[in-house]
Design a protein around this ligand. Structure first.
Ligand SMILES: NC(=O)c1ccc[n+]([C@@H]2O[C@H](COP(=O)([O-])OP(=O)(O)OC[C@H]3O[C@@H](n4cnc5c(N)ncnc54)[C@H](OP(=O)(O)O)[C@@H]3O)[C@@H](O)[C@H]2O)c1
Length: 343
């Protein structure tokens, strides 16, 4: 699922939006239009482009509409090049949503994590109000709401990771606003009988951002890698997008939750040492592994949609090549080392 060579961003975006056979078989069953809210961020092009390319491969006429403020006009252009229609909207403004086209299926990628310490009110507003306005606009559609593994507290490695019925008792305002995002979505969906699903994602990774890029950059620059958060779950962003799309079939009322990531967790130290080997550079560490980390167990979703096919070892290899060759990164560090919930 990941090519042997990814020379540039165009090839990377082609790889991220290459539909798997299972998705091509499934996509004709999806009624359009498919609206993707908050598509102007790190995952929007992958999700919208994957849906569009799967529909093209299946020769089905699915209309895909990406909605955002599109603060990055160049990203909007690249999304449109994939045959995706784009619409501008401020999802905090209900009147702005009213102007959007109707949809049979909706995926919400809207959220805010970074900058929470600076402006917590905006984090709470965006994470909670936008999905509620969205449900009011699209009460008849099927919904996938993106959430995060941050809704769980840190747990020991031996626990096997938090499951969907684990208590939601994390640290910090971002994580608690993410719980509020789920709960208000649940409430609004239940009140209208809207079918939905909550997807708790841990670290999507591609070559321009993500926890693997963060660790690789530290090793490449000779900076110490903080191992206090000793383990993590992640998933190739193309696989994540595939599952986000097919999760529309899991929509129900009230909306269930599913964890989305690869198992088993990876060790920060082990991944850093692997980058050191690939770069032929020594690795420096700081801190020591705590007994707990932010870990999720994806077994429930894997039982429904299968395990993600892309090998993380291959992603590590491609990431090393990307960093070594000076490939562009988004400069959006994940904060994988954060243990106090402050972002
Ligand atoms: N990426 C990951 O590794 C990861 C991990 C765990 C969970 N998640 C969840 O997955 C979702 C998608 O991830 P992502 O990385 O793509 O998030 P992201 O980069 O934060 O993208 C969300 C986008 O929503 C748009 N947006 C923000 N405020 C808006 C508003 N008022 N009206 C319209 N659009 C608005 C922004 O684009 P514009 O500036 O163009 O409006 C923003 O870039 C997030 O909700 C996140 O919680 C992601």
């Amino acid at each position: 699922m990941i090519p042997e060579v990814i020379p540039d961003e165009a090839a990377l975006e082609r790889a991220l939006t290459e539909p798997a056979p299972e998705l091509v078989r499934w996509i004709p069953s999806l009624r359009g239009p498919l609206v993707i809210l908050g598509a102007g961020g790190k995952m929007g092009l992958t999700v919208a482009g994957l849906a569009r390319r799967a529909a093209l491969s299946a020769a089905c006429p699915l209309e895909v509409i990406a909605v955002s403020r599109f603060s990055d006009p160049e990203l909007r252009r690249r999304i449109e090049t994939l045959g995706v229609r784009t619409e501008t909207a401020d999802l905090l403004d209900p009147a702005s949503l009213e102007r959007l086209p109707d949809a049979a299926n909706v995926i919400s990628l809207v959220g805010l994590k970074f900058g929470t310490s600076r402006d917590p009110a905006m984090t709470w507003a965006l994470n909670t109000l936008a999905p509620v306005h969205g449900i009011r606009r699209y009460p008849e559609a099927r919904w996938v709401l993106l959430s995060t593994g941050n809704v769980y507290p840190q747990v020991p490695l031996e626990s096997g990771g938090s499951t969907e019925d684990s208590p939601l008792t994390p640290l910090g305002e971002y994580a608690n606003a993410a719980i509020a995002r789920e709960r208000l979505f649940e409430y609004a969906a239940r009140a209208r009988g809207t079918p939905g699903v909550r997807i708790r994602l841990n670290y999507a990774v591609e070559l321009r951002y993500g926890v693997l890029v963060d660790i690789a950059q530290r090793v490449w620059r000779g900076e110490p890698v903080d191992v206090s958060n000793g383990w993590f779950n992640c998933i190739w962003q193309g696989d994540a997008a595939d599952r986000i799309l097919r999760a529309l079939d899991l929509a129900a009322s009230p909306p269930p939750a599913f964890n989305l990531c690869c198992a088993p967790p990876r060790s920060v130290r082990g991944v850093a040492l692997e980058f050191g080997r690939l770069f032929d550079r020594p690795v420096q560490f700081s801190g020591t592994e705590s007994v707990t980390a932010l870990l999720s167990n994806p077994a429930l979703l894997e039982a429904r949609l299968g395990p993600p096919p892309t090998s993380l070892d291959a992603v590590i290899q491609r990431t090393a090549e990307w960093i070594q060759s000076g490939g562009r990164t988004l400069n959006r560090p994940t904060g994988f080392e954060v243990r106090d919930g402050k972002y």
